[in-house]
Design a binder for this molecule. Structure first.
Ligand code: ATP
Length: 311
């Protein structure tokens, strides 16, 4: 979908992005993570040409991005940022339909799309006539995401979109992004400096340092097969076990064919959350049900240990 070949970007003679090769596959959730100033935002902004690359090639859908008209390119790529950037004198509805407006959608279609997006992002429909300053920070960020999704873009670019939110709202928005990703199959590229956010969301993690890509791959690969000490240190040696648990879920690890009468847990519950529950309930077995409430099996405390070793 998006291919960087030997791409560099210089500011005042210094490389902010230094000769990177990166493939972003269609439908994947790619997370760029790294130290401050490592070039994550610059990499993201080169995709929609908010920043132009100096060297190498960036291809989108098989063509060099310079061959696209920048406005046309940006309409195909939703963009959401931490500072939100909502227009203060426009209602929520008008903010969300910025791109559909440019594309001259009929009024009825724009209104229907706003209703759909408000529902998707768990926002009440009566917020549509409010102005940004009449919303909480979390609601504003949801509107920012809704706006980025409005014209059903092929790619969604997100730069710290949940920054500056409390952990509970942040977690809820992360779950919504995962749901949107599952439902829409969109290609998403997200920048964050939050390791747990990266592990929770990514199909593919790209770890950057000093303008270069240090390692890229599935979250479990970076955790269990770090390319060097930088990667190992970045993901934190001490928390490694718990972080590995956040990658697995109760449904995947439960023993089929077993059952137990106790309050069941959902198959999607992460093993990290299951660990907390084992401790809170002082038990070593939890029954697991699927999304329809059908018994799946029993998760044993010892399965968590196996999961760590297996990974
Ligand atoms: N417009 C600019 N002019 C000059 N230097 C810039 C500009 N934008 C970025 N840089 C520099 O390029 C480097 C990479 O910046 P970038 O914003 O891509 O990093 P980042 O990894 O997103 O950082 P952070 O996590 O702190 O936001 C930094 O050294 C930064 O100071």
């Amino acid at each position: 979908m998006i291919q960087f070949n030997q791409v560099s970007k210089y500011f005042a003679g210094k490389a902010a992005v230094d000769n990177i090769n990166l493939h972003i596959a269609a439908g994947e959730f790619t997370v760029l993570i790294g130290t401050s100033g490592s070039g994550k935002s610059t990499t993201l902004k080169m995709i929609n040409r908010l920043i132009e690359h100096d060297e190498g090639t960036i291809q989108f859908a098989g063509e060099e991005i310079r061959s696209f008209n920048p406005q046309a390119l940006r309409r195909r790529m939703g963009y959401a940022i931490q500072s939100i950037g909502l227009f203060p004198h426009w209602t929520v509805e008008k903010n969300i339909t910025t791109v559909p407006g440019l594309l001259k959608w009929p009024q009825a279609q724009k209104q229907a799309r706003v209703s759909e997006l408000l529902a998707l992002l768990n926002l009440e429909d009566n917020l549509r006539q409010r102005y940004p300053h009449q919303l909480s920070g979390g609601q504003q960020q949801r509107v920012g995401v809704a706006r980025a999704l409005a014209a059903d873009p092929e790619v969604l670019l997100m730069d710290e979109p949940f920054g500056a939110l409390d952990p509970v709202t942040r977690g809820a928005l992360q779950q919504e992004m995962l749901r949107i990703h599952r439902l829409s199959g969109r290609t998403i590229v997200l920048v964050t400096h939050d390791i747990d956010e990266a592990l929770a969301l990514a199909d593919n993690i790209v770890l950057m340092d000093n303008g270069r890509i240090v390692q890229q791959g599935r979250p479990v690969e970076l955790l269990t097969r770090p390319a060097n000490d930088f990667v190992r240190d970045f993901f934190g040696r001490s928390e490694l076990g718990v972080r590995l648990l956040s990658l697995g879920n109760a449904g995947g690890a439960a023993r089929r064919g077993e059952w137990l009468e106790a309050a069941p847990v959902a198959a999607e519950m992460s093993l990290r959350e299951a660990l907390s529950l084992f401790i809170a309930r002082q038990t070593d077995k939890l029954p697991v049900i699927d999304a329809q409430g059908v018994p799946l099996g029993v998760l044993h405390f010892s399965d968590l240990l196996r999961q760590r070793e297996g990974a």
